[in-house]
Design a binder for this molecule. Sequence first.
Ligand code: COA
Length: 158
Amino acid sequence: MRTAIYPGTFDPITNGHLDIAIRASALFDKVIVAVAENPQKKPLFSKTERRDLVSQSVKDIENVEVTDFDGLLVDYAKSVNACAIIRGLRAVSDFEFEFQMALMNRKLCPELETVYLMPSEKYTYINSTIVKEIARLGGKIDCFLPEAVVPYLKEKLK
Ligand code: COA
């Protein structure tokens, strides 16, 4: 049983994140999307809301589960016997931070590999901050977010 963790803040989950979760689900027996607390980012949605939105978005993918975690990612990964961390790489600009994180996680837990997946090119320019800004300014967000997320973001920004 090969389990992978896909961690992130997911504030909120976008179509780009969903694309990565779908790709990962084809490679591993089980994928756990793990929603991080991440106080550094001061998320718009609470951890429970972010987790619920991820759950609604991945409900049709059979081998994907959703959870949240506090503390170190490697500790959580060990507790569920994961063999890999999944992260999305959209552009060269993601690389430096991701490289640092992968090497730090490797130092903390050498047996856990980080696997990078490229989302479909139509999602490479999306991030959660930009989508929230477009929504705040009244722009159309339906093409960037899973269907279930759109009404929640609109309501949150009222
Ligand atoms: N498509 C679209 N957008 C994507 C994306 C994709 N495939 N992949 C990433 N993004 C965007 C996100 O929307 C987000 O945008 P934002 O910064 O505007 O909110 C940004 O890229 C990255 O967010 P996300 O993928 O949610 O991850 P993160 O960088 O917020 O997550 C953790 C970081 C949670 C993995 C990391 O902080 C962690 O592991 N924390 C636990 C504590 C720990 O172990 N720390 C030590 C780490 S070495």
